[in-house]
Design a protein around this ligand. Structure first.
Ligand SMILES: Nc1ncnc2c1ncn2[C@@H]1O[C@H](COP(=O)(O)OP(=O)(O)OP(=O)(O)O)[C@@H](O)[C@H]1O
Ligand SMILES: [Mg+2]
Length: 309
């Protein structure tokens, strides 16, 4: 850089790197007089914040549940979790189903899971499987049958078994998403004593509306003891606009549930193909309707319309 002495006007060519960062004055080697140095150094670029709002330290716990089978619970749990993780949230997906499909759907082979955590055989760290960046899985599977028996044998407090085991995860994640099995068993009851928010996928057909009202009756029996358990999201699944009754059912659900009704997940063959490749829908077919619809769900849950857009 060029520094001109304000007294004798002599030009000095100086290597800027050799000037100490805090130097404020310089002395002219020609006239010997000192003068103020005013060097404009490039301002270091500040680290950009992650474009994500983290929750306030305690995880939001969302149960994806409905006693009716095959309505899209696991598909929703997987793609909601993967989408939130992609958006930068730290997510734990807990599979409480003895079918243990979530690990297959994510293409991971867990060494341990929820069973070992509940029995205390292994530490939380040993039970978690990292599935993706920001996404961990606490796997389900056949071994959970033993946990059901363990819960049944307890004289009291059996319904808190999962809550007690999951206490340490609260501060580690932004979201804990819990996938449940079809039917109504001690594990589902446990999940309903653990989560605060309930997400119910409803396949758009009359039969599943009946299933919904039955399920909600069971939920209200739990809410007597756990008023904090709120029905937050109704997710219509398998939407097929060519079928007339679909829009009728959607309209009916909308009238009852208002704001809690989410953007429907369309019937999309890509959603049924992705699990065979162990991929989320964003990995398997990011441009398909299924990916579009699940992104919409992620935005609604995170309450941020700009996420993943
Ligand atoms: N929107 C969709 N479009 C097409 N296929 C879908 C859609 N959602 C889910 N599927 C497929 O439907 C089947 C059932 O979905 P899923 O396993 O998610 O349901 P579930 O409620 O978890 O079932 P279960 O009660 O047995 O646990 C799966 O083969 C899945 O790939
Ligand atoms: Mg399932």
């Amino acid at each position: 850089m060029l520094v001109i002495c304000p007294h004798c006007k002599k030009n000095h060519s100086i290597d800027e790197k050799k000037i100490p960062a805090n130097a404020k004055k310089a002395r002219c080697t020609s006239c010997g007089q000192s003068f103020a140095l005013d060097i404009k150094r490039p301002v270091k670029e500040e680290k950009k914040e992650k474009p994500v709002q983290k929750s306030d330290g305690v995880a939001r716990k969302i149960g994806v549940s409905l006693s009716k089978g095959g309505v899209g619970k696991s598909t929703t749990a997987i793609n909601l979790s993967a989408g939130l993780a992609l958006a930068g949230f730290k997510v734990l997906l807990v599979d409480t189903d003895t079918q243990g499909q979530d690990s297959f759907m994510l293409g991971v082979k867990p060494k341990a899971g929820l069973t070992e955590l509940v029995t205390g055989e292994l530490s939380l760290k040993e039970c978690l499987t990292k599935a993706r960046e920001n996404l961990w899985l606490l796997a389900g599977g056949k071994a959970l049958a033993g946990i059901k028996r363990m819960i049944d044998r307890k004289d009291y407090g059996g319904e808190m078994t999962i809550s007690e085991a999951l206490t340490p995860v609260d501060k580690l994640f932004d979201f804990v998403i819990v996938d449940t099995s079809p039917g109504w068993d001690p594990l589902t009851v446990n999940v309903l004593f653990y989560v605060n928010e309930l997400m119910i996928p409803v396949a758009l057909e009359i039969m599943s509306l009946q299933g919904l009202s039955e399920f909600l009756r069971s939920i209200s029996s739990i809410q007597k003891y756990r008023p904090e358990l709120g029905l937050k999201y109704i997710v219509p699944t398998f939407e097929d606009k060519r079928v007339k009754k679909t829009s009728r059912i959607l309209h009916k659900i909308g009238k009852i549930y208002g704001e809690r009704l989410c953007h429907p997940i369309r019937y999309n063959v890509r959603l049924s193909e992705a699990p065979a490749y162990g991929k989320s829908i964003y990995e398997y077919a990011p441009g398909c309707n299924g990916a579009h619809d699940y992104r919409e769900l992620v935005r609604k849950v995170a309450n941020n319309p700009k996420l993943l857009s």
